[in-house]
Design a protein around this ligand. Structure first.
Ligand code: CA
Length: 228
């Protein structure tokens, strides 16, 4: 399937040019003209890369990038119009992979997109490690596979399961899991850990109905069954 590129840009003529250049080069393209529509699309659709305009009508591209990073490691290329924007983009605190200054040639942008995708594929391959014979973790795409099948996990489910998979056999208390997985751990909400473990188990059970690789330690917490 073609790589899907999401374009978040409010100027139709620019979006049209990019879309056209992408489709002639074999990419899929989807255009959103507001930050809100772009984020919504990204949350619901497999996307290889985002082309993000800094000046959007409903939000700054910087805020959009920050929001994207809270749930996805998808590569981002900024479109900037002004020198002061470039300074901020180059700061790279925002996790952008590249930027292109307006006006630009769509061909140049497509070349940059190819380069960023190549780099990110390489990164992705390097970060795939087998932690456990039945699980693999891909940090770049927030993906964990179980018995070779992709698990569809929420952000906290991913973080919790990653902790367990990285140290099979190690028992973690609820409190410790909460501290490791949540940005703002709230100890009054330790039950939240149980709720997430429950939904993770449910997802694992869909793949192996007979076995449960997560062990409950009553009154303490959880561990992952060690490799046999
Ligand atoms: Ca704009």
């Amino acid at each position: 399937m073609a790589e899907q590129i999401l374009i978040i840009e409010d100027e139709p003529s620019i979006a049209d040019n990019i879309t056209y250049a992408l489709s002639t080069e074999g990419f899929g393209a989807h255009w959103c003209n507001t930050a809100a529509a772009g984020l919504e699309h990204l949350r619901e659709n497999e996307t290889s890369l985002v082309v993000l305009d800094v000046g959007l009508p409903d939000a700054s591209g910087f805020d959009v990038a920050r929001e994207i990073r809270s749930f996805s490691e998808v590569p981002i290329i900024f479109l900037t119009a002004r020198a002061e924007e470039i300074d901020r983009v180059v700061g790279l605190e925002l996790g952008a992979d590249d930027y292109v200054v307006k006006p630009f040639s769509p061909r140049e942008l497509v070349a940059r997109i190819r380069a960023v995708l190549r780099r990110s594929l390489k990164r992705e391959q390097e970060s795939v490690e087998a932690e456990h014979s039945q699980f693999t973790i891909n940090e770049q795409s927030y993906l964990i596979t179980y018995q070779g099948e992709k698990l569809d996990l929420t952000r906290y489910e991913f973080r919790l399961l990653r902790i367990l998979v990285k140290s099979p056999g190690r028992v973690y208390s609820r409190e410790h899991l909460m501290q490791l997985a949540w940005e703002e751990p709230d100890m009054s909400l330790e039950r939240t850990v149980d709720t997430h473990i429950k939904t993770i188990r449910h997802k694992l059970k869909k793949i192996t109905p007979q076995t449960d690789p997560i062990i409950t330690h009553r009154g303490i917490g959880y561990s992952l069954k060690e490799d046999e």
